[in-house]
Write a protein that binds this ligand. Structure first.
Ligand code: NDP
Length: 247
């Protein structure tokens, strides 16, 4: 069971793993956990200040020194993704893991009243950015002996509900992209493509989504990372095209 996976100390040793949205919440917790199991993590986010704080935490704990790649997915054009991948290629020559974790909640409103510009922004950050980043990173991933791509799903996919607007549609699209890509890469036997649904986790996004709920009952991000480490590491060989629950 991925949820109770107990990785060895070196389970992710020397794996180069790019984590989007690693400056906060679940992405930050996964970055710290992956580094503590030997991964060479590449921290992506928007806020350089927050990324530097995660960097310091990893270095101070004595884990492999991470890299920082800030990029605002709302504003970045294809050239900036290209530069990011060139930087990765120069530093590591390959990419072993790509975790698409960054996303935004966007506006929750009935379709009739949903703001068009806000809808497009959410779709851009949650769907277009993972598409462009995947497309740009694939040549580097193919240089790895055991590459993995992991998308982030949500409970809104198995349980659609009203008023969740662009966020719900973006998560359906992200899982569709995962499933299609998994089939396209079937002939690349080493490549695994999956989605993970973190479940309810105490983060800023959760607070934004459910401002009135009792936060004391929510799981902390660092307690749900086992399935992430499983799917990002070599022990998940053979798991492909699936959506896995972290809780
Ligand atoms: P947080 O809001 O805590 O963190 C979001 C991360 O995404 C931050 O690192 C943020 O960077 C980054 N990000 C947001 N917008 C952009 C942008 N335009 N460009 C670059 N980076 C951006 O969210 P969570 O940790 O809660 O969520 C992580 C993932 O898990 C998301 O995909 C979410 O949909 C999913 N999820 C979360 C659940 C929960 O209960 N928390 C439940 C189900 C799914 P910065 O800090 O620099 O702004």
């Amino acid at each position: 069971d991925p949820r109770t996976y107990q990785p060895s100390k070196d389970a992710l040793k020397d794996r180069v793993i790019l984590i989007t949205g690693a400056s906060d919440g679940i992405g930050k917790a996964v970055a710290l956990a992956a580094a503590s199991h030997g991964a060479q993590v590449v921290l992506h986010g928007r806020s350089v200040r927050k990324l530097e704080a995660v960097y310091d935490e990893i270095v101070n704990a004595g884990h492999p020194r991470p890299s920082i790649l800030p990029l605002d997915f709302e504003k970045a054009g294809p050239d900036e993704y290209e530069k990011l991948v060139v930087a990765l290629d120069q530093e590591f020559g390959r990419l072993d893991g790509l975790l698409h974790n960054a996303s935004m909640l966007g506006e929750r409103a009935p379709i009739e009243h949903h703001d068009v510009a806000k809808w497009m922004r959410t779709m851009h950050v949650n769907v277009n950015a993972p598409f462009i980043l995947t497309r740009t990173c694939l040549p580097l991933l193919k240089k790895s002996a055991d590459p993995v791509i992991l998308f982030t799903s949500s409970g809104v996919v198995s349980n659609p509900r009203p008023f969740w607007g662009s966020y719900l549609v973006s998560k359906w699209a992200s899982d569709g992209l995962m499933s299609m890509l998994a089939q396209e890469l079937e002939k690349q036997p080493a490549m695994r493509v999956n989605s993970i649904n973190p479940g309810a986790v105490k983060t800023n996004m959760r607070l934004q989504a459910y401002p009135a709920e009792d936060r004391s009952k929510l799981r902390e991000a660092h307690t749900i990372v086992a399935a992430y480490l499983y799917l990002l590491g070599p022990d998940s060989r053979g798991v492909h095209g699936q959506t896995i629950n972290a809780q």
